[in-house]
Design a protein around this ligand. Sequence first.
Ligand SMILES: [Zn+2]
Length: 140
Amino acid sequence: MAKTADTKTTAASRKPAKGTRTAAETEKIKAALAARLDELRTEYDQTLSEITELQRERLTDSAGDDQADTGTKTLEREQEISLVNGILERISQVERALERLDEGSYGWCERCGNPIPVERLAAFPSATLCVTCKQLEERR
Ligand SMILES: [Zn+2]
């Protein structure tokens, strides 16, 4: 019986385990998310002041409104509220993403477990699938 050398696994252990990112990558994602958060907050402030302005205009020329005018204004008001809520929703998505990033549970494809590219996360902070899985999902 030939003595088989003890199979020491040296080369294989060099590969980073699935589910790890380098600190540099994590920092990059963090920076991208933080930048997105800033953008969204600016957008929120702008939208809010625009709405306040519109609201003021509506109030000042509401004299002599008929029912239809009032209806239109209510609709406009609702649209503005949903616009603001949409921004707030995106803000909280990014905030949640930052929290999960700290826990190490952010940025992994929910389907295949591969890391989602930093660029994709920067563009879509709420992305939960990698591009490949996303495409598969859309094709169904
Ligand atoms: Zn995937």
